[in-house]
Write a protein of this length. Structure first.
Length: 217
C-alpha cells in the first residue's frame, strides 16, 4: 500500500526539476512580482496554493486517498506524514514549534483571537482582517514570517522552493493555511471593507470573497 511519502513521488515523478506538476509552484515563487510581494501578493499567495491543493486532492481521490487534512504547526508532525524518501537533506525536526515558538499558530489567525497583534496590520483576530490580501500578507510577509518560519524550521526538502511539495507535510501545512483562508472567506469576507483610491477620495466597497473561491491554475 502506498504511503503519503510514496504518493508524492508518484504525483511528481522522480525528476522534480522537470516535473510538469511541480512547475506551477516553482513559477509562482519565481515571478518578480511575487518575489517582491507587490500588488495583491497576499491574495495571490492564498489563492494559488488553494488551487495547487485542489489539483493534488483530485489525484489523491483517484488513488483512493482522502483529501489532505490540515496540520497545525503548533503540534508534532503526525507519523503518517513521515518523509524518509528525501530528495535532498532529511528534516531537522518533526516538532517545529518545540524548536521555534514562532511556528505556533498565531492568535490573530484564529476566530477567538488574542492579545498579540499581527505584525503588519495590528489585527487581533481573524475577523479583523479587511481583505484576503491583508491575511495573505500577514501569513507570508517573507523571511521571518509565519509561513516561511515553519518551512525553514522543519528543514530538509521543505526549505527549497523546487522540492518542498515532495515532503508530505507541505500539503498538510498548506491545508492548515487554507482552512484559515476558508474561514475568513466564509464568515468575514462579506463584511470586510476594501478601500481604493479615487479622485474623489477613499471609496469604501465590500468584498464578497468570490476571487478567493477560485484556484489559480
Amino acid at each position: 500500500m502506498l504511503t503519503e511519502d510514496d504518493l508524492g513521488w508518484k504525483y511528481f515523478g522522480t525528476d522534480l526539476r522537470s516535473s510538469a506538476r511541480m512547475m506551477p509552484h516553482m513559477e509562482f515563487h519565481s515571478r518578480h512580482e511575487n518575489i517582491n510581494r507587490t500588488g495583491n501578493y497576499g491574495e495571490r499567495f492564498l489563492t494559488f496554493h488553494q488551487g495547487f491543493l485542489e489539483d493534488y486532492n483530485i489525484f489523491r481521490r483517484a488513488e483512493g486517498f482522502p483529501v489532505v487534512g490540515g496540520w497545525d504547526p503548533s503540534t508534532r508532525i503526525p507519523g503518517s506524514l513521515k518523509h524518509d524518501h528525501v530528495n535532498g537533506a532529511p528534516r531537522l525536526t518533526d516538532y517545529p514549534s518545540r524548536n521555534n515558538a514562532r511556528c505556533i499558530t498565531p492568535t490573530w489567525a484564529t476566530e477567538a483571537g488574542g492579545s498579540v497583534p499581527s505584525p503588519i496590520y495590528g489585527h487581533y483576530q481573524l475577523g479583523d482582517f479587511l481583505s484576503l490580501d491583508e491575511l495573505g500578507r500577514e501569513i507570508d510577509p517573507g523571511d521571518g514570517g509565519w509561513h516561511m518560519t515553519v518551512h525553514t524550521t522543519i528543514g530538509g526538502d521543505m526549505t527549497v522552493m523546487g522540492t518542498s511539495p515532495i515532503d508530505p507535510v507541505f500539503w498538510a501545512w498548506h491545508q492548515w493555511i487554507d482552512l484559515i483562508r476558508n474561514t475568513w472567506v466564509t464568515h468575514y469576507a462579506h463584511q470586510a471593507a476594501v478601500y481604493t483610491s479615487s479622485p474623489a477620495g477613499l471609496i469604501n466597497t465590500f468584498s464578497t470573497g468570490g476571487i478567493a473561491n477560485k484556484g489559480i491554475r
